[in-house]
Design a protein around this ligand. Structure first.
Ligand SMILES: NC(=O)c1ccc[n+]([C@@H]2O[C@H](COP(=O)([O-])OP(=O)(O)OC[C@H]3O[C@@H](n4cnc5c(N)ncnc54)[C@H](OP(=O)(O)O)[C@@H]3O)[C@@H](O)[C@H]2O)c1
Length: 333
């Protein structure tokens, strides 16, 4: 049986370990592609899977949600992708579509081509953060805020309407700011470390409330003041414990109402929200081509897949600020 190198979590609460005898994925089935993984980005969900078993149904498991690489083999019926295409994708490790290995399968309709302007590492920083923003803001309620489930964004504009992002320097926060900018929300207010102010303004934030200057409990008052009392349609919380929350601050009767405000808890997976996910991937390809969505700033880790272990420990200890950690599986010793 052909094998490859992979970073494997063998048991619940175990350790991630590099192995060189992980099975190669099978030949792609209809509608699938085999990708040679050139870069994979680290996410909080990776260390949460190890720490708490989050989303894991069966061990051993290979994590890695964000990855980019080259199409190696194309399955039956796949259109628009061919061997050698540079692509990026959001995987789903519980079903084996994972980046912490050297090769992975993916459903072809959830794979996005990378424009020449981006390298593999930059591209790998995008999918999960982008999906969190796109699903949270665009997908139909109760999956998302329902701004544009078609993803066409034709004539959609919220000019003059304020929006807020809690935790703008996080990976998810950066994409939420950018998506709100493409929807013409204004002002776009965010709460983040002041060292990221200029960068977040380059992504579309109009005001950055410094974490060092305002306690989180006082953020609502500071945000209202900056918006001059105008009502908020969207407040996007990219940090909240246990997941990402989008709140539509309008009194509606729906699942998740709190104090007359609609709360949406995101599951940022195009595999789960498949029809929307296929449209979202097309929108991503368009927005990357047009340059209206920028990747996260990245920090490249050495050691191939082995470099993931220390990277995840840094993330777990809140020692990563405003960058995405990226490794290169083909460099694994
Ligand atoms: N539900 C879903 O489907 C879904 C999808 C994706 C992510 N998530 C979750 O969303 C959260 C964010 O993910 P991520 O990948 O964006 O994380 P990340 O980029 O690793 O987050 C690190 C950033 O968070 C900022 N931060 C931490 N605590 C903060 C606070 N109290 N106030 C403001 N900023 C704070 C830090 O800002 P500074 O250092 O600049 O201060 C740092 O830049 C994680 O909990 C993740 O598990 C959920």
């Amino acid at each position: 049986m052909p094998t490859q190198k992979a970073l494997v979590l063998a048991e619940e609460f175990g350790q991630f370990v590099v192995v060189d005898n992980w099975p190669m994925p099978p030949t792609p089935g209809p509608g699938q592609v085999l990708i040679k993984v050139k870069a994979t980005a680290l996410n909080p969900v990776d260390w949460k899977m190890r720490q708490s078993g989050l989303l894991v149904q069966e061990y051993p498991i290979v994590s890695g949600w964000d990855f980019s690489g080259d199409v190696e083999v194309v399955g039956e019926g796949v259109e628009g992708l061919g061997k050698g295409d540079r692509v990026v994708a959001l995987g789903f490790p519980p079903t084996g579509f994972s980046g912490f290995q050297q090769y992975t399968l993916m459903p072809a309709d959830l794979v996005c081509k990378i424009p020449d302007s981006l390298d593999y590492a930059e591209a790998a920083s995008i999918p999960l953060g982008y999906a969190s923003a796109a699903i949270g803001l665009l997908a139909a309620s109760p999956t998302g805020a329902g701004i544009d489930p078609t993803c066409a964004l034709d004539g959609v504009s919220f000019a003059g309407q304020p929006a807020f992002v809690f935790g703008g320097s996080s990976s998810v926060g950066q994409f939420a700011i950018q998506m709100l900018r493409t929807l013409s929300f204004s002002p776009i207010i965010t709460y983040a470390s002041s060292k990221h102010t200029e960068f977040l303004k380059s992504l579309g934030a109009t005001h950055v409330i410094a974490r060092s200057a305002v306690r989180s409990a006082d953020v609502p008052a500071a945000v209202r003041k900056l918006a001059g009392g105008a009502p908020f349609k969207i407040a996007y919380d990219a940090i909240s414990e246990g997941g990402t929350v989008v709140a539509i601050l309008a009194p509606v009767k729906d699942r998740g109402d709190v104090d007359g405000k609609k709360l949406i808890y995101i599951v940022a997976s195009p595999h789960i929200h498949r029809e929307f996910g296929v449209r979202m991937v097309k929108l991503l390809a368009k927005q990357l081509e047009e340059g209206v969505i920028q990747p996260n700033r990245i920090e490249k880790l050495s050691g191939g897949l082995a470099g993931i272990v220390d990277g995840l420990a840094r993330m777990e200890n809140n020692a990563v600020s405003g960058v995405k950690l990226v490794v290169f599986p083909q460099e694994t010793a």
